[in-house]
Design a binder for this molecule. Structure first.
Ligand SMILES: NC(=O)c1ccc[n+]([C@@H]2O[C@H](COP(=O)([O-])OP(=O)(O)OC[C@H]3O[C@@H](n4cnc5c(N)ncnc54)[C@H](O)[C@@H]3O)[C@@H](O)[C@H]2O)c1
Length: 344
């Protein structure tokens, strides 16, 4: 048998091959949610490799394995393998998360590409919230609150500032003030907007039309009494709000309730496990809103809560777009998986 080549894309290749284009990422995620709602996907449960219980994830870390097939125009399958070591940025000067994505050919099922998954993962997570905000935030939202000045809130900012054209103020809080300051220094060069480092989480929530929690905490931060009428809360991390926040919200929208229940570490899934949350309270999965089966925001007063656990099909779809671009523009390296297969 002849030799067999796969494509390898480093992070800079992924970036060059449209992987840092937030408009594209939002468009791809909107399509993924639509296909998710119409059932054109295969999504085995996320498998988590960890060295202890839920709490160990915030100390030692974990590695998630996220396979999936997404149909429609993508017709793509593969897997994201992504690690998280929350102490990396503080103890080792390394990123918390780092990932690889492997794509397979949907017909032969052979592997066709291996690429950096770190950037794609951050971009698709930001883009998910962009799609949510498009349907669930007040279109005239002006103030954005960001709790956690890490990687995810960088792409949250990129995407929310794309879909909410009236945003003018961004309030940033992090337990580590130097990280919040660095965030503002880096992100304020992207678009003309007023950035403020605020001294506590409450100030990032109280006046905000949209606020995001993307931290590595295991202790709830956000309190129900801080949340203003008409706001959208985008919950990206795991257990970041008090139960009352979810109890007092008007609409609860999630990416995939089955996956949230399975993962089990988010506030809403913890409430469910403890018998404090009736799943009939979930208003919609985001794909139902995208496909027009359910209304998004219906008035200026609703408090809406959106939680995304993150789905392997999102990574696979965006990786497929990046690979297609890379092929057309000859980006990346071809690597022989075998020269002559030992067995056929
Ligand atoms: N839902 C999804 O699809 C999805 C995808 C990727 C990451 N995540 C989650 O997003 C979270 C953030 O990831 P990241 O890559 O930005 O991590 P990161 O390490 O880059 O940044 C996390 C930040 O949170 C700050 N922080 C910790 N405790 C805090 C607190 N109590 N209040 C305020 N700030 C606090 C840290 O100082 C740090 O700056 C993680 O929990 C990760 O698992 C979710």
């Amino acid at each position: 048998m002849n030799d067999y080549e796969i494509t390898f894309l480093s992070q800079s290749d992924v970036r060059q091959a449209s992987g840092f284009d937030m408009n594209q990422a939002i468009h791809v995620m909107e399509r993924v949610f639509a296909l998710h709602d119409s059932g054109d996907y295969v999504l085995p449960n996320k498998t988590v490799l960890r060295w202890g219980d839920n709490e160990s994830e915030t100390v030692i870390g974990r590695i998630n394995s996220m396979p999936g097939y997404i149909g429609g125009e993508f017709n793509a399958c593969g897997i994201k393998w992504i690690s998280s070591s929350p102490q990396n940025p503080f103890k080792r000067g390394l990123p918390r998360a780092a990932g690889l994505i492997v794509l397979n050919d949907p017909e032969t099922l052979l592997p066709i590409a291996v690429m950096d998954g770190t950037l794609i993962s951050a971009m698709r997570t930001g883009a998910n919230s962009g799609v949510a905000a498009k349907y669930l935030a007040r279109p005239n939202s002006r103030v954005l609150g960001l709790i956690g000045a890490g990687v995810q809130n960088r792409t949250q900012y990129m995407s929310l500032s794309t879909v909410l054209p009236h945003l003018e103020t961004v309030k940033v809080y992090d337990v580590d003030v130097s990280r919040a300051q660095r965030f503002v220094k880096e992100m304020s060069t992207m678009k003309p907007m007023t950035f403020e480092v605020v001294p506590n989480a409450e100030e990032a929530v109280r006046e905000s039309d949209v606020f995001v929690t993307a931290t590595v905490t295991k202790n709830p931060i956000v309190k129900a009494e801080w949340i203003r009428e008409g706001s959208l809360y985008v919950h990206v991390g795991s257990n970041e709000c008090h139960f009352e926040v979810i109890e007092q919200t008007d609409k609860i929208v999630v990416d995939d309730w089955t996956e949230l229940k399975h993962r089990g570490v988010e506030t809403i899934s913890i409430m469910y496990q403890e018998g404090r949350f009736d799943e009939n309270r979930i208003y919609a999965q985001l794909g139902e809103v995208v496909n027009g089966k359910k209304m998004g925001r219906e008035n200026e007063h609703e408090k809406i809560y959106f939680n995304s656990v993150g789905l392997g099909i999102e990574d696979v779809a965006l990786a497929k777009e990046v690979l297609s671009y890379a092929r057309i523009h000859k980006i990346g390296k071809k690597i022989n998986l075998w020269d002559a297969a030992v067995f056929v």
